[in-house]
Design a protein around this ligand. Structure first.
Ligand code: HEM
Length: 495
C-alpha cells in the first residue's frame, strides 16, 4: 500500500534524475579538440565520469592540471559537475582584460540593475568602495565594541565561543558601520535580515551554479532563487528603503557612509529610476554580499590556522607584543598605526594563501559571440568560463615549504624568493585570493586594514587555548569554507 502511494513520487524523481543526466550528457559545448583535460581516467565515458566526480575531486583536478599543463604554459579543461568544463589558463595569461566577472548565478540577483556589469557601473562602484578605508575611525570604534559584545569580558574563566558565528557578527557590525549607519549596524533585526539575505544569496547561487544544467537554469534557476528575492524584499522594506528615503531627504548632511556616497553619486545619474530610494536600497543590499562571507571566512580560517599551528602560543604572544607596541586604546588607533601591523597582516595573508576558499580564480565568461583567441592560437567558444588555478599558491617554485603555514612568511626579510615583502592586499598570479588585474577585489584595502586591526585586538585582549587539531571545514567542488560549528576557548585578559 505504502509502495503504491509513493509510486508517483518515485516516478517523478526517476524522471527528473534521468532528464538531468540526459540534458547534461547532450550538452555539447564545442571546445577545441586539442585542449587537454585534467581528471580523466581510462575507460568509457571518461569525461562524463570526471564531471560527476568533480563535486568531491575539484581540487584534485585543478592540482593535476596545474602541474601537468599550466606549468608548461598550456591551457586545460577542468571537469565540472554541471558538465560544462571550465578552461584553466596558465598564469602568463592572467593579464587578459576581456570578459565579464562571474559571480555565482545571475538568477539570485533580485533586480536586473544589480546584475549589470557595465564598465561605467563597475567604475562608479569601485570608486566608492575604494574610499572605505577613510572611515577608519568609525570602523575601529565599532570593531572594538562588537568584539567585546561577541566574546565578552569574563577574565577569570574560559568561555567556549564559535569563531565563525562570532566573527560573522563582528565583521557584519563593523562593515555596516561604514556601509549604512551607527544606529542600524547595532540593530540586531537589521543584522539578522542582512545575514538571511546574504546566506540565501550564497547557498542558492551555489545550488544553481553546480546542480542545475544550463538548459534547465531559466526555469529551475528562477524557482530556486525565490527565497533570495523574498529575503531581499524583507531587507529592503524593513530597513534599506527607509534608510535611503532618509538619506535622499537629508541630502548632504549626516554621517559619512557608503550609503551617503552612493546617494550623492546617484543624484547625477541621467536615469530618474536610478535616483529613487528603491534603487539606492538595492545598491546597498548588493554591497553586502561580497564582503561579509569572504571577510568572515578569512578571519575564521586565520584563527584556526594559527591556533592549530605547532607553536600557537608563541605566535599569539608575538602578535600580542606587536599590538601592545601601538600606543593607546585600540578604538583610538590611527590608520597609520594599523598599517604598521606587519605581523598581523602577514598571518592573514598566509592563511589566505594556504587555506584557499576557492581552487579557481579570475573566472570570466567568454561573452564575444565568435569566442576568444588564446595567445597560443586556441579559440574558446562563447559561453565557456575561463580562469586560473589557485594551485600556484602552493607551488614550490614560488614559496618555500609551500604547504606549510608559516605565519611570518610575508614579513619584510623573512620570505624567499620574493625580493620585496608582500602586504595582504597585493595581488599577483601567485596570490589570487583577491583575484588579479582589472576586476580584482576593490574592497581588499578596506578589509586588510580592518582584519589586521581585528586580529591585533584579539591577540591584545584575549587569551586563547591552542587547538590540538585543525577543525575541518566544508567543501564542495573546488570551494571550501571554514567549519561553522567549531569552538575555541577564550578568556579576556586583565587590563
Ligand atoms: C577577505 C575578504 C575578501 C576576499 C577574499 C575577497 C575576494 C574577492 C575576489 C576573489 C573577487 C573577484 C576578483 C576577480 O575575479 O578578479 C572579489 C571581487 C569583489 N569584491 Fe571582494 N573580497 C573580500 C572583501 C571584500 C570587501 C570588504 C568588499 C567591499 C567592501 C569587496 C567588494 C568586492 C567587489 C565589489 C568585487 C567585484 C569587483 C568587480 O566587479 O570588478 N570584497 N573579491
Amino acid at each position: 500500500m505504502e509502495l503504491y502511494a509513493s509510486t508517483p513520487g518515485v516516478l517523478f524523481l526517476t524522471t527528473a534524475f534521468l532528464s538531468y543526466f540526459l540534458i547534461c550528457f547532450t550538452n555539447r559545448l564545442k571546445l577545441p579538440e586539442s585542449i587537454p583535460w585534467a581528471g580523466l581516467k581510462s575507460g568509457v565515458f571518461k569525461r562524463q565520469r570526471a564531471h560527476l566526480q568533480e563535486v568531491f575531486r575539484g581540487r584534485e583536478y585543478l592540482a593535476e592540471g596545474y602541474n601537468k599543463f599550466s606549468k608548461q604554459g598550456k591551457a586545460f579543461a577542468a571537469p565540472n559537475f554541471n558538465f560544462v568544463p571550465d578552461i584553466i589558463v596558465p598564469p602568463a595569461y592572467a593579464s587578459a582584460r576581456e570578459g565579464q566577472l562571474y559571480f555565482l548565478s545571475k538568477y539570485t540577483y533580485s533586480h536586473e540593475r544589480l546584475h549589470r556589469d557595465t564598465l561605467e557601473d563597475n567604475l562608479a562602484r569601485t570608486q566608492q568602495i575604494m574610499r572605505l578605508p577613510t572611515l577608519h575611525t568609525e570602523v575601529m570604534d565599532e570593531l572594538v565594541a562588537a568584539l567585546k559584545d561577541a566574546w565578552g569580558s569574563n577574565n577569570t574563566e574560559w568561555t567556549a565561543v564559535n569563531p565563525f558565528e562570532t566573527m560573522f557578527y563582528v565583521v557584519s557590525r563593523s562593515a555596516n558601520r561604514a556601509f549604512v549607519s551607527r544606529e542600524l549596524c547595532r540593530d540586531d533585526g537589521f543584522l539578522e535580515a542582512v545575514k538571511a539575505y546574504v546566506n540565501s544569496f550564497a547557498t542558492q547561487g551555489i545550488l544553481i551554479r553546480f546542480f542545475i544544467p544550463e538548459l534547465l537554469k531559466p526555469l529551475f534557476g528562477r524557482l530556486l532563487a525565490i527565497p533570495v528575492h523574498r529575503r531581499y524584499r524583507q531587507l529592503l522594506d524593513g530597513y534599506l528603503v527607509p534608510l535611503a528615503q532618509k538619506l535622499i531627504l537629508q541630502d548632504d548632511r549626516g554621517e559619512e557612509t557608503l550609503a551617503k556616497w552612493l546617494q550623492v553619486a546617484a543624484q547625477s545619474h541621467s536615469d530618474p529610476e536610478e535616483r529613487t530610494a528603491e534603487a539606492l536600497a538595492g545598491q546597498l543590499a548588493s554591497a553586502e554580499f561580497a564582503p561579509l562571507h569572504t571577510s568572515t571566512y578569512s578571519i575564521t580560517d586565520t584563527l584556526l590556522d594559527l591556533l592549530s599551528a605547532p607553536q600557537a602560543e608563541s605566535h599569539l604572544e608575538t602578535l600580542r607584543e606587536e599590538a601592545q607596541s601601538l600606543q593607546g586604546d585600540p578604538s583610538q588607533w590611527t590608520r597609520a598605526q594599523v598599517l604598521h601591523l606587519e605581523l598581523a597582516d602577514s598571518v592573514i595573508r598566509e592563511s589566505l594563501r594556504v587555506t584557499r576558499t576557492s581552487g579557481k580564480a579570475m573566472l570570466r565568461r567568454v561573452v564575444a559571440k565568435k569566442g576568444v583567441l588564446l595567445p597560443d592560437g586556441m579559440r574558446l567558444p562563447y559561453g565557456v568560463y575561463v580562469g586560473l588555478s589557485a594551485e600556484s599558491h602552493i607551488d614550490g617554485d614560488y614559496y618555500d615549504d609551500p604547504k606549510e603555514f608559516r605565519p611570518w612568511r610575508f614579513v619584510p626579510g623573512a620570505q624567499k624568493p620574493f625580493a620585496a615583502p608582500r602586504k595582504m592586499a597585493t595581488t599577483s598570479p601567485e596570490f589570487l585570493s583577491f583575484g588579479h588585474g582589472r576586476h580584482s577585489c576593490p574592497g581588499r584595502f578596506f578589509v586588510a586594514q580592518f582584519l589586521t586591526a581585528l586580529l591585533a585586538c584579539i591577540a591584545r585582549d584575549y587569551d586563547i587555548q591552542p587547538l590540538l587539531e585543525r577543525p575541518v571545514g566544508h567543501s564542495v567542488s573546488d570551494l571550501s569554507t571554514p567549519p561553522t560549528d567549531a569552538r575555541i576557548l577564550i578568556r579576556r585578559r586583565r587590563d
